[in-house]
Design a protein. Structure first.
Length: 255
């Protein structure tokens, strides 16, 4: 897998939230960064000034993280989706206003999350409130196992506790047990909490973004099914770093 993180830039404060978060993540993982900018005028002086400014901003956060720039022409969502396969993670920023907005990247979260080939992080403005722990939301058919794996890895790397949440109209004891089996097999020393909540999954996970270091949820459905309603609800009301991981059809026993 590539160790290069891609982050969308457009000159807005929203994209700078994403750049700062991505730089720190690349630094922690000894990775590198590619700043992606889409425009209808890839050779203009304005474009050149923008990408140089954002590159300087990234280098100022951590000079030890290698950062490069890639300029793409065309539709932002399509260009990012087509480029995503060569990166380990795609990061975009958003302003928290109850709906996603911004000059470019703040408005594309739900559309991009439905087609991107790799995990995608959406980063809102820092809230200033204390954050603790990694949270992952799971679904009834456990197609979110890739998200569980990444969340467990994140908790292990950051020495954090992991909370697995199943929120549906009925309690999901079997789903939580399956998730725990996977986590215990791959990260036996990780501290894991489980929560089975009868209620609206979107609302429960939105609440989780207010205090967690990072929320992991399932992203695009397999075979081009796009982003599900829970992921869409979360992105429309996000208040903390959230990573959407493309769903797969697999079982706990899968390697």
């Amino acid at each position: 897998m590539s160790d290069v993180i891609a982050v969308g830039i457009d000159g807005s404060s929203a994209s700078r939230f994403a750049v700062e978060w991505a730089v720190h993540r690349a630094e922690r993982e000894s990775g590198s960064l590619t700043l992606l900018h889409t425009t209808s005028s890839p050779t203009s002086a304005e474009t050149n000034a923008l990408v140089l400014s954002e590159l300087e901003f990234a280098n100022g956060i951590s000079p030890g993280v290698k950062a490069t720039v890639e300029i793409m022409a065309g539709d932002t969502v399509r260009a990012l989706a087509e480029a995503s396969g060569k990166f380990s993670l795609v990061v975009i920023g958003t302003h928290k206003t109850g709906f996603l907005r911004g000059r470019a990247f703040g408005s594309i979260g739900p559309r991009l999350a439905g087609i991107v080939a790799v995990p995608m992080a959406v980063i809102p403005a820092p809230s200033g409130r204390p954050r603790r722990g990694i949270v992952v939301g799971i679904d009834d058919d456990l197609r979110s196992l890739p998200a569980i794996r990444l969340a467990a890895r994140e908790a292990a790397l950051t020495d954090s506790e992991l909370t697995v949440i199943h929120a549906q109209p009925t309690r999901g004891k079997a789903q939580l047990a399956a998730a725990l089996t996977l986590v215990d097999r791959e990260y036996p020393h990780l501290v894991v909490h489980t929560r089975s909540i009868i209620g609206d999954a979107g609302e429960v996970l939105i609440n989780a973004t207010t205090t967690s270091e990072c929320l992991f949820i399932g992203g695009a459905h397999p075979n081009g099914g796009g982003l599900g309603p829970v992921g869409y609800d979360v992105l429309l009301n996000i208040s903390g770093p959230t990573i959407l991981v493309p769903l797969e059809r697999e079982t706990v026993g899968a390697s």
